[in-house]
Design a binder for this molecule. Structure first.
Ligand SMILES: Cc1cc2nc3c(=O)[nH]c(=O)nc-3n(C[C@H](O)[C@H](O)[C@H](O)COP(=O)(O)OP(=O)(O)OC[C@H]3O[C@@H](n4cnc5c(N)ncnc54)[C@H](O)[C@@H]3O)c2cc1C
Length: 605
């Protein structure tokens, strides 16, 4: 008889991709006891070393829109500690973020495969941990399914949808005349590396043979141009990406090794000195079951940026609909030819909380590629930056709901203001909403040694819609709050400029294109990550006593974060922030100047 361990939690999260990790971390930081059950040894889902997709989001396509909150915390730490974009360093960082977060019980190698439901309410779930041959049974107030595949749908009877909707259902321009069960496909990725000598390659006998570019369906595969990342080794859209996952993998492997054979042995693709470094054996999935919530996000919402009273997240990645034929569709022509249906967006679109909980299972929430959105809707929301902000929203909402003894729908109706305020306070961006200023900061006198710092209290902590919303201060010059009398100060909040547009920096010698991990091809010209030079590195918080004496109450000379919130628990007549240095280098002199310290918020509370 195998043993069973029973866990009690406020929130149980299934699946540790970016969405599930962020749901777990956000809930834990808001005081909830969390169990995160994840079926792989490494966290990150499609962004882990097992699949190797880099995290994109709204800001990858539209200026100023990069996600902040937990995602920016992770990206900055990765850029700082992982300049060579090493997958093991990245895996370890994801592991550390969850494993050492107080309040999270992390169950790795544990696959959720059973649930107890009574009257439309989940009582517990059960997972089998392969490494210990142990069953884990988790009882929780709320469950968040971040498994991508919506595993709790078949286990609980939660309503879901698979496939592409008809135009008549949601009135979508890209809807079909008739609905079908097809989805976007799954892919395995290839990585290769440049050497200083010719490298030969002998394919396995079972690999497919692609003698010419037509046999390759004209997919981009030229190492001279570095014009691909092999996303197009894609299949399964015409099958069932869950039921047929093993046969889809076998076919993808035959294609992947055949593709490398084609690049090495059939024509000049600039690959002579290149060797194969890695081929994924775990296909990344784009789409399978999508839950049905109280609201289904549609193409029109994504394109017209529908405003919702319960906005808790946003997206901005283009409509990026991979058509089900995958690799076998011809890629000739612009935007991926017949394979891809794309449309750029120029504004962030809101995502409502009602798309993040089930319409018929009362304590089930979800985040990731399985949210309540149409097939066309998720073709935009599926990128991991957007999955991440939805995860942070779900974790925050679940913690607030659990604390109030509420279910997700009731919290969405009665606690939405509190949930939105908590997200804004945690440095998340919600289109159309401003963060509330702390009463202490609002009542104190704000002054600065240089320029005008009033924007620090405008409730917008990023450059957006043409407004800077920040303060261009100078190193050595303080921003000060002065109180009428000696006052209790619990802490301070800072939002510094980490250059959210760094993805746009063309020809940047530091290669800041993608702050997550590694490209498909590591050439000799490969660059390291840079680090945002404008970020304040060294700063002090000083407090003034009733005699007028200033003392340092907090100092960080190695800051690498944009968002900082810390307890002080002091009494003071005044409190000031003194920026002392930035990561400035000559490369950005025209943008920032050596002594400029740019910040969006400094507040006491
Ligand atoms: C080839 C490819 C290219 C892509 N390109 C990009 C890109 O460039 N940028 C980008 O941001 N996005 C990209 N995407 C999309 C993105 O990767 C996915 O939409 C996203 O990973 C979905 O996030 P998720 O957290 O829902 O799922 P996942 O990342 O799949 O994470 C879910 C995790 O849950 C685990 N799980 C599943 N079932 C269970 C269970 N029963 N019990 C416990 N754990 C379970 C899984 O192992 C998985 O690790 C791409 C996708 C593919 C396939």
């Amino acid at each position: 008889m195998l043993k069973t361990i029973v866990h009690e939690a406020d929130l149980c999260v299934i699946g540790g991709g970016i969405a599930g990790m962020f749901a777990a971390i956000a809930a834990a930081r808001h005081g909830a006891r969390v169990v995160l059950m994840h079926d792989r040894p490494v966290l990150g889902g499609n962004a882990s070393s097992e699949i190797r997709m880099w995290v994109s989001g709204a800001g990858t396509r539209v200026r100023d829109l990069q996600e902040t909150g937990l995602l920016e915390e992770l990206m900055l730490e990765n850029m700082y500690r992982n300049p060579r974009r090493n997958w093991s360093v990245w895996d370890a960082l994801l592991y550390e973020k969850v494993r050492f977060e107080e309040n999270i019980d992390l169950l790795l190698n544990c696959s959720c495969c059973d649930a107890k439901v009574r009257g439309g309410h989940i009582e517990s779930v059960k997972g089998f941990q392969l490494t210990t041959y142990t069953w884990h049974e988790v009882h929780a107030a709320i469950f968040a399914d971040c498994s991508g595949d919506s595993i709790l749908a078949p286990l609980t009877g939660a309503e879901y949808r698979v496939g592409r909707e008809a135009k008549a259902e949601y009135g979508e321009e890209f809807g079909l005349d008739e609905a079908d069960p097809h989805t976007m496909g799954s892919s395995i990725l290839i990585q290769c590396r440049e050497t200083d000598h010719p490298v030969s390659y002998t394919p396995p006998a079972w690999a497919y043979d692609f003698p010419d570019d037509d046999a390759m369906h004209n997919k981009p595969h030229n190492l001279y141009a570095m014009n691909t990342n092999f996303y197009w080794i894609e299949l399964g859209g015409l099958q069932n990406t869950i039921d047929d996952a093993e046969t889809i993998r076998d076919e993808l492997l035959k294609i992947a090794f055949g593709v490398w054979d084609h690049m090495k042995n059939h024509g000049d693709h600039g690959a002579e000195n290149w060797e194969l470094e890695w081929v994924g054996f775990l296909p990344g999935k784009r789409e399978s079951r999508r839950y049905l919530g109280d609201y289904v996000l549609r193409q029109q919402d994504v394109e017209n940026c529908t405003a919702f009273p319960d906005t808790v997240a946003y997206g901005g990645w283009q409509i990026d609909n991979h058509l089900p034929g995958g690799f076998y569709m011809d890629a000739k022509g612009s935007k991926g030819g017949a394979h891809l249906q794309k449309r750029r967006l120029s504004e962030p679109y809101p995502i409502p909380l009602r798309s993040l909980y089930s319409r018929n299972i009362d304590n089930l929430m979800f985040a990731g590629r399985n949210i309540s959105a149409t097939h066309v809707g998720i073709s935009s929301t599926r990128v991991m930056g957007t999955c991440g902000v939805c995860g942070q929203a779900v974790g925050t909402a679940a913690a607030i709901a659990a604390k109030a003894g509420m279910l997700p729908r009731q919290a969405a109706q009665e606690k939405i203001g509190e949930i939105q305020d908590a997200l804004l306070e945690d440095d998340c961006f919600l289109p159309g909403l401003r963060r509330k200023i702390s009463p202490l900061a609002a009542s104190a006198k704000l002054s600065c040694g240089y320029g005008d710092c009033s924007a620090l209290l405008n409730g917008l902590d990023r450059r957006i819609w043409g407004c800077d919303n920040g303060y261009f201060g100078k190193t050595g010059k303080a921003v000060t709050y002065t109180f009428d009398e000696v006052t209790r100060v619990e802490g301070f909040r800072l939002v510094l400029d980490s250059d959210l547009n760094r993805e746009f920096v063309e020809g940047n010698p530091d290669g800041l294109y993608s702050s997550s991990v590694l490209f498909f091809a590591r050439s000799f010209n490969d660059t390291t990550f840079g680090f945002p030079k404008c970020l304040v590195k060294h700063y002090k918080i000083e407090a003034q006593d009733e005699k007028g004496e200033w003392t340092t109450v907090f100092e960080d000379n190695d800051n690498r974060q944009r968002f900082i919130k810390r307890a002080l628990n002091i009494s003071a007549k005044a409190v000031r922030f003194v920026p002392l240095s930035t990561y400035f280098s000559e490369a950005r002199v025209e943008d920032y100047g050596s002594s400029v310290a740019h910040l969006f918020n400094f507040e006491v509370f």
